[in-house]
Design a protein around this ligand. Sequence first.
Ligand code: ADP
Ligand code: MG
Ligand code: MG
Length: 252
Amino acid sequence: TPALAIRDVGMQIGGARILENIDLEVAAGEMVGVIGPNGAGKTTLFNLVSGLLRPTEGSISMNGVDITRMPVDRRARSGLGRTFQTSSLFPGLSVLENVRLAAQAKRGGSLSLFRFPRSADAATTTARGCLEQVGLQDRAGAAAGGLSHGDKRKVEIAMILATDPELILLDEPMAGVGSGDVPGLVETIRRIHLESGRTIMMVEHHMDVVLGLAERVAVMHHGTLLAVDEPETIMADPEVQAAYLGTTGKAA
Ligand code: ADP
Ligand code: MG
Ligand code: MG
C-alpha cells in the first residue's frame, strides 16, 4: 500500500482548469521532489493532499484510506503535516513556544500561551526533542521573529515534526533562505528523511537541492504531470527540458 496515492485527480477553480489527470503514488519512506514552472499547479496539488481544497475529479488516499473528502484537521491527526510557501511562525513567541504549541495541537490539549509551565511537561519535552532534530536546541529561548530565514524554516520543520507525521509536504523550503543557509537546511531535511523514515513530498525550485535529496522527481507543467522518474532520467528527458526552456529558460 502506498503512503500516498493520487488517482486521476483534476481541479477546476472558477471555471479555470488548474489540474488535470494527476496520477502519483508515493511509497512509504520515499522522498519525491516536485518541480515545475511557476503556476504549474504544485501548491494546488499540496492543497488537495492536505485538504485545504477538494478535487473536482479523482481520489486521494493515504495508506489505503480514502481521504478525498476528509477534513483538514482529521488529515493532520491521521499523520499528514505540511509547511507553506510563506512563513507561518508566531514571530513574538520564542522558538520553543512555537514548537510547543504545535506539539500541544497534536495532543488535542487546549493551547496555554499564558500559563507556560516551568516544569517540563510532555509538550515541552516533545518540542525540545524536535528542536534537537533540526539542530536548533541552542536557540530555544530566542524570539522566532529574529531568526534568519533558514532558521525560521527549521523551526517550521520542527513544528511539523512535533505533530509526529508519517507524510510531510514541504512547499519550497528554500524560498527566501540566504544561499549560505541552504546547505544546512538541506542537511536537516536529509537527516530527517533518513533517520525518521518519514515520507516526504517537497516542492523546490533549487534543482540541485531536489536532485540531491529526492529519490524520484515529479515534473508538473500547465496543471499536468509531465513525468515522474529518478532524478538522472528526469534531467535527460527532452520533454522536461522543453517544458522548462519553453517558459523561463531554467527551473523557476
Ligand atoms: P505553483 O505552486 O506551481 O506555482 P499554484 O498551484 O499556486 O502553482 O497555481 C496554479 C495555477 O492555479 C495558477 O495559474 C494560479 O493562478 C491558479 N490558482 C491557484 N489558486 C487559485 C484560486 N484559488 N483561484 C483561481 N486560480 C487559482
Ligand atoms: Mg508559485
Ligand atoms: Mg507554489
